[in-house]
Design a protein around this ligand. Structure first.
Ligand code: FES
Ligand SMILES: [Fe+2]
Length: 402
């Protein structure tokens, strides 16, 4: 759990809004051209110039906690293999055999110290080194040192494994996340949490899908039976850390704090904190010991995305009561996102070309959405080869409204 004084200060800001019927706001409304959601060239630029150039969260530490644990996944057409060696270090490689390019293992997680290619049985170890060539006497000379798996820049921090899909320079995650945000994330201790369930949800274009994670203005109308019974709507406490944001979505039970002395407050009970990682991750929950991490990835076309939704618990889920609670929590998230957010998102996506709107309007109350889109725009202006860390600088000096 984060520092108590910070949690109390955030709960105080939320409580004030609750009393006054207000929310954090941007200076102005912001207009984004609908063509930004439709333009195929822009979508390719977002994939190539943003997603493939910034540190991307690829897995949770909890998905590959022990030596020999691995995860294989596709990130926008790039086959990635994460492997934790016997030395405990998480490494990342292209999941592609160096002989004639077969993918070494299918998407998923497991435990292996050896990866045997399904095509001609070359074998790699958990550090990506080529350790065996099938029938070497017939194949000819192979210098194993030159045929290791292609490594990707990787870092493991705050309970996540991060990769960058282009470039060779080391991944400076501390600089990307920043000191203040990093300290808070470290306090959550997510590296020791446990995966309860993971699923992949098909959704509309990645921007339509991700926009819905950045505001709770829609909770009352869209999530009437799922999230609205317990969560406030249109009440956000937002803080930005470079391109990343912490958004507090308080529970309705927050009102109870009014009658309690502050020394007795338990902010975790009344505040849902969402931590975002630019450009595509939202992590909700965490303060009260259960969480959902959503990785929104561009799909095969601009109209489609895929979301890896991972439900986590701080403690292993052992008792029957906990299992029941988590089953309900997990199902609520699946249903709320797939049947409400993404069903509506699919309708938005289908009507983008209707010409009803030339622009979408982000309200002053949708300030996290504004911040994200402003950053995305800046990220697209980086020249190829320009280090992604410039992005922090660009955003730090970005004006607050366009
Ligand atoms: S492609 Fe992997 S061994 Fe031939
Ligand atoms: Fe939603």
């Amino acid at each position: 759990m984060i520092d108590r004084a910070l949690a109390v200060a955030l709960a105080q800001r939320a409580l004030k809004h609750l009393h006054e019927g207000t929310t954090d706001q941007a200076q102005d409304v912001m207009r984004v051209p609908v063509s930004d959601y439709l333009d195929e060239g822009l979508w390719h630029d977002e994939v190539d110039r943003v997603f493939k150039r910034v540190p991307l969260m690829a897995a949770l530490t909890a998905e590959l906690p022990g030596p020999g644990d691995y995860k294989a996944l596709d990130l926008m057409g790039v086959p990635v293999l994460l492997s934790r060696g016997r030395d405990g270090e998480a490494r990342a490689f292209l999941n592609v055999c160096r002989h004639r390019g077969a993918q070494l293992c299918p998407a998923g997680t497991g435990t292996r110290h050896r990866f045997r290619c399904p095509y001609h049985a070359w074998v790699y170890d958990d550090r990506g080194a080529l350790v065996a060539v099938h029938r070497p006497g017939t194949f000819g000379e192979v210098d194993a040192a030159e045929f290791g798996l292609r490594p990707l820049p990787v870092a493991e921090r705050y309970g996540f494994v991060w990769v960058r899909l282009s470039g060779d320079e080391p991944l400076d995650l501390d600089a990307w996340i920043g000191e203040e945000y990093g300290e808070e994330l470290a306090q959550l201790d997510l590296g020791s949490w446990h995966v309860y369930e993971q699923r992949e949800l098909p959704g509309p274009g990645w921007k339509v899908a991700y926009d819905g994670y950045l505001e709770n203005y829609h909770v009352q109308a869209l999530h009437r039976t799922t999230f609205a019974p317990t969560n406030t709507s249109n009440l956000m406490v937002v803080d930005a850390f470079g391109p990343h944001q912490r958004i507090l979505y308080p529970s309705k039970s927050l009102a109870a704090l009014k009658d309690q002395p502050q020394s007795e407050w338990d902010p975790a009970e009344h505040c849902g904190a969402v931590y975002t990682f630019f450009p595509n991750v939202s992590m909700a929950g965490t303060w009260d010991g259960h969480a959902v991490v959503s990785q929104i990835l561009p799909g095969e076309t601009p109209e489609r995305s895929r979301t890896i939704q991972t439900v986590l618990t701080r403690e292993p889920c052992e008792s029957e009561a906990e299992r029941c609670y988590m089953a309900e929590f997990s199902e609520l998230l699946r249903r709320g996102v797939l049947e409400e957010d993404y069903r509506t998102g699919a309708q938005v996506q289908a009507a983008l070309g209707s010409t009803a709107n030339t622009h979408f309007t982000f309200g002053r109350n949708e300030l996290a959405l504004q911040h994200h889109h402003r950053y995305l725009k800046r990220a697209l202006t980086l020249e190829p080869g320009e280090p992604e860390l410039r992005l922090r600088h660009l955003v730090d000096t970005a004006p607050t409204a366009d």
